[in-house]
Design a protein around this ligand. Structure first.
Ligand code: CP
Length: 306
């Protein structure tokens, strides 16, 4: 029996394969009928200590489509954190005002800490370079929608595999679905060993490359990522790698007809704008899918859908 009621989502590994598939199934239900007014008696808190466009606004949109109310802040600058208030006190206070807390914070592990002190469930909207599990759910939704399955996918993960939290969550999740991973990054931004271990422990294959052109014709999904300049301790190191990969339309000629390009966004320059009109570009629809998935997750955690 799958029951996500009152379950925080901090890491994608908190949910089993069956639980992940259940959330995706509920998201399909919201895609068919987005305005299900399930939240009319609920308040959701949205605490963003770090910038966001898609995650914050798609959560807000999800709550409002369901008739709920949302409180919170979009920057730590407008909260009492600026006066020195601790994360624990912030969470305990906000839990008095809401049924569920969505939080993004620049510190790895902060969401786990919040879930341990909070009396209401926590949804991790990104903690440092660690995890971004709701992005992962919408990535899975997008892969299944475009490929018809999540099983046996060949995926190229391209760019900043070291600091890219969306990649870490996605590798862990796709390790449940017999994926083959093609890891394309500069030497200095390889996937961390702890995340590669998930692939090995699942008995799956990964291949590492430094050139993007080597794999374009092989894969079902190209998952481009931004080089995460804000997480580099040394700005000079960022300057060396910031333009490592730029996907251009002409590079896609040899790709499979069914191949789709995903990107968690924001994009800086890693996908040329001439790709946007190619039917293989799926990243704007991917961001739209985030609303359905976040509606599903909120409804499941509040026990309103199972
Ligand atoms: N994909 C993602 O997390 O985007 P935002 O930083 O705009 O929320």
């Amino acid at each position: 029996m799958i029951n996500l009621k009152n379950r925080s989502l901090v890491s994608i590994t908190d949910y089993s394969k069956e639980e992940i598939l259940r959330v995706l199934g509920i998201a399909e239900d919201f895609e068919k009928d987005q305005r299900q007014k399930l939240l009319t008696n609920h308040v959701i808190a949205s605490l963003f200590f770090e910038p966001s466009t898609r995650t914050r606004l798609s959560f807000e949109s999800a709550v409002q489509y369901m008739g709920g109310s949302i409180v919170g802040f979009a920057s730590a600058d407008t909260s009492s954190v600026r006066k020195g208030e601790s994360l624990k006190d912030t969470i305990l206070t906000v839990s008095n005002y809401s049924d569920l807390i969505v939080m993004r914070n620049p510190l790895d592990g902060s969401a786990r800490f919040a879930s341990e002190v909070s009396p209401v469930p926590i949804i991790n909207a990104g903690d440092g370079a660690n995890q971004h599990p709701t992005q992962c759910l919408l990535d899975l939704y997008s892969i299944r929608k475009t490929q018809g399955t999540l099983e046996n996918i060949h995926i190229a993960l391209v760019g900043d595999l070291k600091y890219g939290r969306t990649v870490h969550s996605l590798v862990q999740a796709l390790s449940l679905f017999n994926a083959t991973f093609h890891l394309v990054s500069p030497e200095s931004l390889k996937l961390p060993s702890a995340v590669k271990k998930w692939i090995k422990d699942a008995g799956l294959e990964y291949h590492q490359y430094t050139e993007l052109n080597d794999i374009i014709q092989l894969v079902d999904i190209i998952y481009m990522t931004r080089i995460q300049g804000e997480r580099f301790p040394d700005p000079l190191e960022y300057e060396k790698v910031k333009n490592s990969y730029i996907l251009e339309n002409s590079m896609l000629e040899s790709s499979k007809n069914t191949m789709r390009i995903l990107h968690p966004l924001p994009r800086v320059n890693e996908i040329s704008e001439d790709v946007d009109d190619n039917p293989k570009a799926y990243y704007y629809q991917q961001a739209k899918n985030g609303v359905y998935v976040r509606q599903a997750l909120i409804a499941a955690i509040l026990g309103l859908k199972s």
